[in-house]
Ligand binder design. Structure first.
Ligand code: PLP
Length: 380
């Protein structure tokens, strides 16, 4: 058996679109990028979108657009990919970590309120494993306090809170198309925003601060540079793949939901574990990123051994994440925050084993996973 944790799902149509673009004369600055952005906006009812190199680039530019820097604080979840925090830290801002809820892995307004100071410029939320945070009340709060809200949607493409897709509540929203995410362009991402002025800022930031992009130049090669900027564009090949992948997202999520539900039903009686509940509810729709098992205290110390056993039987797993961000060496050395300040993020990071639910799983894979997991856990 060889069942990976995640497997990019590329079919003939995807490959045809890639090859077609490779054979065309335009590999960057072309129509695929614009078409991908327009498709994204239309599908999820967003206002403005920029294709970008990856989600980290999207976060970096969101923070740059609000001029986040020295002297500013930004509230971030401690239970997230380091990218959410690095993108702010690299600008000189101070990350203020918030613990997550044990039942969801998400941060909530109550915890956020405890960390607000005069210096708070922005809050970034992560919709953990595809289950939305209570974004409506957080957005309301940010508006009242005049604090920017950024949504890190890297794990939650297609998830909904009430009638709005995640990403439509914040000033900015950042998406990842890394191979392990819901859809892929190899590396790649999208940056969504609400205001035209922010859209224009990001346009400068993602292309060297140049005033006219390739297609807007009357004299070839002639442009001026209005501001600082980077090269965070997404090329035409990846954008072509993105369009063709996005067409399949609804089917992918449906399969993820089915696979998640199957595992949840079949593994509910396994002892000494709890299963993170990602199920959709009246007020939200999950996008089911993976199946997260949290080991109970009693067997927590055996986690790496259990992971190795699962791996040796050909099943891919993952950990979200290896540590709460404040426990990584860089952040530990700089801010000296004790793990026990974040009891829930510590439990999640140090006790989770995450199983695949992606569209690559066949029925027989699912039965094999259930049988194997039951067998392994019966020893503990
Ligand atoms: C994957 C991930 C990122 C980083 O995405 P890249 O596209 O690889 O830069 C950021 N935030 C979260 C929550 C992620 O899961």
């Amino acid at each position: 058996m060889n069942i990976p944790f995640a497997k990019p799902n590329l079919d003939k149509k995807d490959i045809y679109k890639i090859v077609k673009t490779l054979k065309s004369p335009i590999l960057t600055h072309g129509p695929n990028s614009i078409n991908f952005e327009n498709f994204f906006i239309k599908k999820f009812k967003y206002k403005y979108a920029h294709t970008v190199s990856n989600c980290t680039a999207a976060l970096h530019m969101s923070y740059m657009a609000i001029k986040l820097g020295k002297g500013d604080e930004i509230i971030v979840p401690n239970q997230t990919h380091v990218s959410t925090v690095h993108a702010a830290e690299i600008l000189g801002a101070k990350p203020i970590f918030v613990d997550c809820e044990l039942s969801t892995g998400n941060i909530n307004l109550e915890e956020i309120k405890k960390k607000i100071t005069k210096k708070t410029k922005a809050i970034t939320v992560v919709h953990y494993l595809g289950k939305p945070v209570n974004i409506e009340e957080i957005a309301k709060f940010c508006k009242k306090k005049k604090i920017y809200l950024i949504e890190d949607c890297a794990l939650s493409l297609g998830a909904k809170f009430k009638n709005g897709f995640v990403g439509s509540f914040g000033d900015f929203a950042c998406f990842s198309f890394y191979p392990a995410k819901h859809i892929t362009t190899a590396d790649g991402g999208m940056l969504v925003c609400k205001k035209e002025k922010d859209f224009k800022k990001v346009k400068l930031l993602k292309g060297f601060g140049v005033d006219k992009n390739f297609n807007e130049r009357k004299i070839p090669g002639n442009y001026d540079v209005k501001s600082l900027g980077l090269n965070y564009r997404l090329d035409e090949i990846r954008c072509a793949l993105g369009i063709s992948q996005l067409k399949k997202l609804d089917r992918f999520i449906k399969l993820r939901k089915q696979n998640y539900s199957f595992l949840k039903q079949m593994l509910s009686d396994v002892k000494n574990i709890s299963i993170l509940d990602l199920d959709s509810r009246m007020n939200f729709k999950s996008s089911y990123y993976c199946f997260s098992i949290i080991l109970k205290k009693k067997i927590k110390k055996h986690r790496f051994k259990i992971i190795k056993e699962i791996k040796s039987r050909g099943i891919g797993t993952s950990i979200h994440y290896p540590k709460p961000v404040s426990d990584y060496t860089y952040y530990k050395n700089k801010y000296r925050l004790k793990s026990k300040l974040f009891p829930n993020a510590s439990i999640m990071s140090y006790s989770s084993i995450n199983l695949p639910v992606g569209p690559h799983l066949k029925k027989k894979d699912l039965y094999y996973i259930v049988k194997t997991i039951k067998k392994i856990f019966s020893k503990y």
